[in-house]
Design a protein around this ligand. Structure first.
Ligand SMILES: Cc1cc2nc3c(=O)[nH]c(=O)nc-3n(C[C@H](O)[C@H](O)[C@H](O)COP(=O)(O)OP(=O)(O)OC[C@H]3O[C@@H](n4cnc5c(N)ncnc54)[C@H](O)[C@@H]3O)c2cc1C
Length: 380
């Protein structure tokens, strides 16, 4: 018996955004999650909505998504903690200042507002930055949201449009047109979306996704301590270029006056059979200390704030750092919306639009090929 037009596995921000979008297309959507909305990486992330320039494909998806977030802003409830914080990219030296210049040119050529800052303007924008930095780049229209409440809100919108959400249902088998959950119940649908994030390779074996652990710390309240999402420009090289453990200065002002400090990146070790280790959510104190030292190098006064809590989360990384959005090349009716690594909050709305267009055989507003699962899974 057909249970729904589409079954979405996973109520992280990706599954929730897809549920809302597909429901608004008039499809009968069923969302299944082993836990609750936003229980995975979505609860652990920073919620920075940022236009990236690593590649044209990443730029197109992040910009389309940021624009979708801005359109959604008037409808978002206060608990979404939507803030037009802007991104302040910080250059420590001439090499990074040159990188800021390239980023500036790339964004401006494509119509995105961005402003180069000299050292004085940089300190004017963020007085707690240390003196002696080379300059910065302000991208004023970047945003911040609070991911778990936004995910729950997106799912609520889907339900208002007619979707069904069954939480606490762990999917144990995915086949063409059928999903089985842990209690043995079977749900049937012509279309199934794997939006399982860091678990999507368990649901669909063969997906080239590796977990990439991240640490975050939240401080006590210190209203006005920083005004923007502030990130070192070295972040770009460290975030994507290497398999090694890395830390980068990346902080975010919270509406409560707290400061969220990130971030670290550590690939899950793989054993000799190519399998990842069991999930280890524990704090790695050595990398946490490195991360905090790095932040204090940029903002020495951070050392005067009290850290209240630290936690970890796992990003779902693909080999080329682009998400997998589109049909599985060999399993009829199976769609993928996963592998968003450190940009899933940003890219959730763009992913949902792209997936909905592909499912409806409409021409997407951005080219779909760069995100096509067949680029890494091969053709059918
Ligand atoms: C430290 C850190 C900082 C980050 N900062 C940012 C940021 O500033 N900006 C940004 O854009 N992104 C950021 N990210 C990335 C972002 O959080 C993720 O890309 C995004 O949350 C992924 O969403 P998802 O829906 O794909 O996965 P998840 O949120 O992990 O959701 C997957 C869901 O699938 C469910 N599930 C899994 N297996 C099953 C099963 N068998 N049956 C049923 N349900 C199942 C889980 O319960 C879970 O709810 C950050 C991530 C981390 C870790």
């Amino acid at each position: 018996m057909r249970t729904a037009d589409v079954i979405i596995i996973g109520a992280g921000i990706i599954g929730c955004a897809c549920a809302r979008r597909l429901s608004s297309d008039g499809l009968r959507v069923l969302v299944l999650d082993a836990a609750f909305p936003g229980a995975g990486a979505t609860a652990a992330g920073m919620g920075h909505i940022v236009v990236m320039d690593d590649s044209q494909a990443m730029f197109s998806l992040t910009l389309a998504s940021r624009e979708a977030w801005a359109r959604l802003a008037p409808d978002l409830p206060p608990r979404a903690e939507y803030a037009a914080a802007g991104t302040l990219w910080v250059a420590a030296d001439q090499e990074e200042l040159d990188a800021a210049g390239h980023k500036h040119a790339f964004l401006r050529e494509r119509g995105v507002k961005a402003e180069l800052l000299d050292p004085d303007s940089l300190r004017g924008a963020e007085p707690n930055l240390r003196p002696g930095l080379a300059g910065g780049l302000l991208v004023p229209d970047d945003l911040v949201v609070y991911p778990p409440t936004v995910a729950a809100w997106l799912l609520g919108q889907a339900v208002r449009l007619g979707a069904r959400a069954v939480m606490g249902s762990r999917v144990v088998r995915v086949e063409s047109g059928r999903v089985t959950i842990a209690d043995g119940s079977v749900f049937e649908s012509p279309a199934i979306v794997n939006a399982g994030g860091q678990w999507s390779q368990d649901l669909t074996p063969g997906l080239p996704i590796r977990r990439r652990k991240g640490h975050l710390v939240i401080t006590d309240r210190s209203p006005g301590f920083c005004r923007h999402q502030v990130i070192e420009l070295g972040y770009i090289k460290k975030a994507h270029a290497s398999d090694e453990d890395s830390v980068a200065f990346n902080i975010q002002p919270r509406p409560t006056g707290q400061v969220l400090i990130g971030s670290s990146r550590q690939f899950d070790p793989i054993d000799e059979r190519g399998h990842g280790r069991p999930l280890d959510h524990g704090i790695d104190h050595a990398i946490l200390a490195r991360m905090i030292r790095r932040a204090a190098e940029y903002m020495p006064t951070l050392a005067g704030l009290r850290a209240l809590r630290a936690w970890t989360g796992f990003r779902a990384a693909t080999p080329d750092s682009l998400p997998l959005i589109g049909p599985h090349p060999r399993i009829p009716g199976l769609w993928l919306a996963t592998g968003h690594e450190g940009l899933g909050v940003t890219n959730s709305l763009g992913t949902a639009d792209l997936l909905a267009d592909l499912m409806a055989a409409r021409t997407p507003t951005i080219p779909a090929e760069p995100y096509s699962p067949s680029r890494v899974l091969g053709d059918g």
